[in-house]
Design a protein around this ligand. Structure first.
Ligand code: PRP
Ligand code: ZN
Ligand code: MG
Length: 226
């Protein structure tokens, strides 16, 4: 059983596209912190809101396990978590509390830039490198395509050159990573943006009150930017 807590713990990405803007957004809500020596934990000074800096892929699990109370993460990561649970016959445990409108990206299938794209059926029998096997699997199923997702947690874009896969299914923001690897996006399987994720149920120990206060400030901060 979790220890009673009277501080809110927010998970954000340690590095990568969403980490810095997430921290700036929270700072614009008037939050200040004292950093731990390894900079992975930030102790909230102005409000009882602490930050945990982690890999984005770990954020849904941390919230689901109650280690963190909310997180700022790409929808792509949440959708994958949700589909993985469903594959185990379990229901959804997290929800999107807010959509933030930045950090937009697409989960795309990309093929060799010299290859022609004729449609999803072209992928039949192929090995597709991805960090999103369940999201890809759902799309393949919807299109009646039998292909083989190859799970890679990083450097997905070099898999075709290494002979690990025939094509990739990866996140595309500017498109620079794909171009640098002589790949081109051919079809989109998910649209994503940064969201605030939290449990599907209210928080205990008075933490919901802190969360509500933070969400009100976040809404104000987001509106100011518009
Ligand atoms: C994604 C993706 C690529 C990169 C693409 O990573 O895995 O590496 O962004 O961006 P580009 O189109 O602008 O080149 P992300 O930042 O989500 O971090 P992660 O893969 O480390 O989780
Ligand atoms: Zn990641
Ligand atoms: Mg990456």
């Amino acid at each position: 059983p979790a220890q009673p807590r009277d501080r809110l713990r927010v998970a954000i990405q340690k590095s990568g596209r969403l980490g810095e803007p997430a921290r700036e957004l929270l700072a614009s809500c008037g939050l200040t912190w004292r950093e731990s020596r390894d900079k992975l934990f930030c102790y909230g000074e102005s409000l009882p809101v602490d930050l945990l800096l982690v890999r984005d892929d770990d954020i849904p699990g941390l919230i689901a396990d109650g280690v963190c109370d909310m997180g700022i993460v790409g929808r792509n990561v949440l959708v994958e978590h949700d589909l993985a649970r469903r594959a185990q016959g379990r229901g959804a445990d997290l929800t999107e509390w807010r959509q933030l409108g930045w950090g937009t990206c697409r989960l795309d299938v990309a093929i060799d830039e010299d290859q022609e794209w004729t449609g999803p059926e072209q992928l039949a029998g192929m090995r597709i490198a991805t960090s999103y096997p369940h999201t890809l699997g759902r799309w393949l199923e919807e299109h009646g395509v039998d292909a083989e997702p190859v799970l890679l947690n990083g450097s997905v874009e070099i898999a075709p050159r290494l002979g690990q896969a025939d094509v990739v299914c990866d996140l595309v923001s500017t498109g620079g990573t794909l171009r640098a690897n002589q790949l081109k996006p051919v079809t989109t399987i998910l649209h994503s943006e940064a969201v605030i994720a939290g449990p599907g149920h209210p928080l205990d120990d008075g933490r919901q009150e802190i969360a509500d206060l933070l969400l009100r400030r976040l809404d104000g901060a987001v509106q100011l930017k518009e």
